[in-house]
Design a binder for this molecule. Structure first.
Ligand code: ADP
Ligand code: 5GP
Length: 195
């Protein structure tokens, strides 16, 4: 029996505005060694977002090329833009035996479940619907119409939380970050001594 094998690939998902980026940034602040995949997207950068740091910002032609060349582990269209996980850097990271974290939306998490069933799927949930609405509005990064589009998707995403291995409630950033760090290093289910 394999003992103490770490859950090597963890996927963090959850509705827009729940605080995924904030919690992941807190995890990295405390543990700079935690590796987080940098996605490609056709979305325009928000103020302060840096190419190659927050995302690789690409045009539609480049995104098509990545799909055609099997360059993405998964990809999805979300609220009018496309997002995907570059497969090369992720495989390089996993080949070293070290954990990796993806922060992606629901359709992508489902694709990862199919392609890498050993991955650990974590859902970040808001403490309440009202908190989600106020966080998305409070971030102020999208016009109201885009916020409404994201909230309509959020309801379906919340309904899918049961598909995930673990639900972490983002009531408090530091507490949620602690819980996520714990999950990144927990042995995979079925690989625990005595099971
Ligand atoms: P996501 O990446 O899931 O779209 P963000 O990380 O951008 O969400 O967070 C959306 C907004 O909610 C931000 O303004 C952020 O500061 C705020 N936020 C995140 N976590 C919390 C929390 N636990 N309590 C209160 N506000 C939060
Ligand atoms: P945002 O535009 O707010 O940065 O991201 C919108 C949504 O896309 C978020 O739910 C985010 O988790 C998701 N996302 C970011 N990168 C990826 C990715 O590589 N693949 C998928 N499927 N979703 C992603």
């Amino acid at each position: 029996m394999v003992v103490g094998t770490p859950a090597r690939l963890t996927v963090l998902s959850g509705p827009s505005g729940v605080g995924k980026g904030t919690v992941v940034a807190e995890v990295r602040r405390r543990h700079p060694d935690v590796w987080v995949s940098v996605s490609v997207t056709t979305r325009r950068p928000r103020p302060g977002e840096q190419d190659g740091v927050h995302y690789h910002f690409v045009d539609d032609a480049e995104f098509d090329r990545l799909i055609a060349h099997d360059g993405l582990l998964e990809w999805a269209e979300y609220a009018g833009n496309r997002y995907g996980t570059p497969v090369g850097p992720l495989h390089e990271r996993l080949a070293t035996g070290a954990p990796a974290l993806l922060e992606i939306e629901l359709q992508g998490a489902r694709q990862v479940r199919k392609r890498a069933p050993e991955a650990q799927l974590v859902f970040l949930a808001p403490p309440s619907w009202a908190a989600l609405v106020s966080r998305l509005a409070g971030r102020g990064s999208e016009p109201t119409a885009v916020q409404e589009r994201r909230l309509a998707l959020a309801q379906a995403e919340l309904d899918a939380s049961g598909e995930f291995d673990v639900v972490v409630v983002n009531d408090d950033v530091a507490r949620a970050a602690d819980e996520l760090v714990g999950l990144l290093t927990v042995p995979s289910p079925g690989l625990v001594p005595g099971e």
